[in-house]
Design a protein around this ligand. Sequence first.
Ligand SMILES: Nc1ncnc2c1ncn2[C@@H]1O[C@H](COP(=O)(O)OP(=O)(O)OP(=O)(O)O)[C@@H](O)[C@H]1O
Ligand SMILES: [Mg+2]
Length: 321
Amino acid sequence: MSTEKKYDVIIVGELNVDLILNQLPEMPVPGREIFAGQMTLTLGSSAAILASNLSSFGMKVAMIGKIGTDLFGDVVIAHLERAGVHTGMIIRDALLNTGASIGLQFNGDRGMVTYAGAMKHLSLNDIPLNSLQLARHLHFSSYFFQPGMQPGLKSLFSTAKKLGLSTSFDMQTDPEHRWEIDYHNILRHVDIFFPNENEIQQITRKKDTEEAITAISHLVPILALKLGEKGSLTVHGGRRIMRPAFQVTEVVDAIGAGDSFNAGFLYQYLKNAPVNICQDYGNMAGAISTTACGGTAAFQELKSLDQYAKEKFGYPVACVT
Ligand SMILES: Nc1ncnc2c1ncn2[C@@H]1O[C@H](COP(=O)(O)OP(=O)(O)OP(=O)(O)O)[C@@H](O)[C@H]1O
Ligand SMILES: [Mg+2]
């Protein structure tokens, strides 16, 4: 990437491990024990999966978040560093536990239990705002998992914009189903908003996706709406683009598909590619992510996303290099 900045992207967000239990005979019920056929301990969290995958694509990425000084914290750091992510700005607090998500995969669906831990304690005061100018782009993930960041998020984004960065935001789900977020004001400082259908319906209190799109799309330059197996929809400058998903014959799991979409999209966005190409790369990275366990495994051996796309999908995506 040709730039004089130290980083292409600084990502602020939650950090945790995922312990994924596959091949369950049924969902566990109180008072009984069952065997899982397979287990993976890997990097979890929307922000970290994005960081790892963007770095695997060749972007220079730095991560800011909060973890403990425990073994799960070591797993997070080791995984990010193996992917080439700069971890020097991650805060390690000896009094807090690193968060963990336990994923139970059964019958093509999954249940998750998350202990948020240290991520809940990250606040704007922890973030060295002058370091933002080291990057071209700022991304923030997982609003509802990080109550400590909520009061300062608008300020984080507006500071980044004042320093000349572009910005993106993936709000993610609200496990407490309250969906309280001042999105009108936050999105004023965001260039790309990366929700899924349920998320925009919930925050706008609309039952219909079309109504939710109408309520959101004029607030932000690019709305990139993730639609799972249906692909994605973007609204940009009054123009809508619907692009179908790439066909995956054997889906292992959809963990991190949304974050991988963000990574593919930003990879092209930061090369100044047009929105339709960003979107195709988002769809492609989301699809690739479903071919391996967790959100990062499919990209670990990746030499080039463009090459991989040709080999895996026979898809000659026009791209900006
Ligand atoms: N089964 C699938 N087959 C092909 N592509 C998929 C599949 N699932 C997801 N994708 C691709 O990945 C993108 C993002 O996935 P999804 O819509 O599930 O995001 P999300 O709801 O934000 O997920 P997450 O739980 O990771 O936050 C989709 O827009 C699509 O392009
Ligand atoms: Mg998502």
